[in-house]
Design a protein around this ligand. Structure first.
Ligand code: 5GP
Ligand code: ZN
Length: 141
């Protein structure tokens, strides 16, 4: 528990939340400012800042629960589709620095669109693949 952390406080029931699921390692609750009604956040109970800090075991648990939440949203709200997302670091739009996955129901006609794609510059497609393959081959974590 990080006493300065909003989501740790939610997990500790120090701040009220619409909790929809809980188990030993994870908690899922409604986002207070949703993309659409039903937008749910899935967190590990153990504090970690982001994808770079979360332990493999907690990440697995969060993924498992995110899938369950997606299926529950599907049954409960009949959305047109569901996006999963995670913001890591301020540079990617993270505002609450406790790891969380967004499970976001989407409805026909809602104003939210997928992120835009941009084509690679000449030669950059293969070069980027090379860089990432090299990083994976030299990984230490
Ligand atoms: P981030 O940008 O860090 O990925 O998203 C943080 C999310 O937490 C935002 O979507 C925001 O609406 C949500 N949020 C911020 N404060 C609270 C809160 O006090 N309670 C709940 N349930 N959600 C919150
Ligand atoms: Zn925390």
């Amino acid at each position: 528990m990080n006493s300065d952390c909003l989501f740790c406080k939610i997990a500790a029931r120090e701040i009220p939340a619409q909790i929809v699921y809980e188990d030993e390692n994870t908690l899922a609750f409604l986002d207070i400012n949703p993309v659409n009604p039903g937008h749910t956040l899935v967190i590990p109970k153990k504090h970690s800042v982001d994808i770079f800090e979360i332990e493999e075991k907690d990440w697995g648990a969060v993924m498992h629960v995110s899938r369950r939440i997606a299926h529950a949203l599907e049954r409960a709200l009949k959305p047109a589709g569901i996006n999963l997302g995670m913001n890591n670091r301020a540079g990617a739009g993270q505002m609450v620095f406790h790891s969380h996955v967004h499970v976001m129901p989407r409805f026909e006609g809602d104003p939210h669109k997928p992120w835009p794609g941009h084509p690679y510059a000449e030669g950059a497609f293969a070069a980027t693949g090379d860089k990432i393959r090299a990083a994976l081959n030299s990984e230490s974590d």
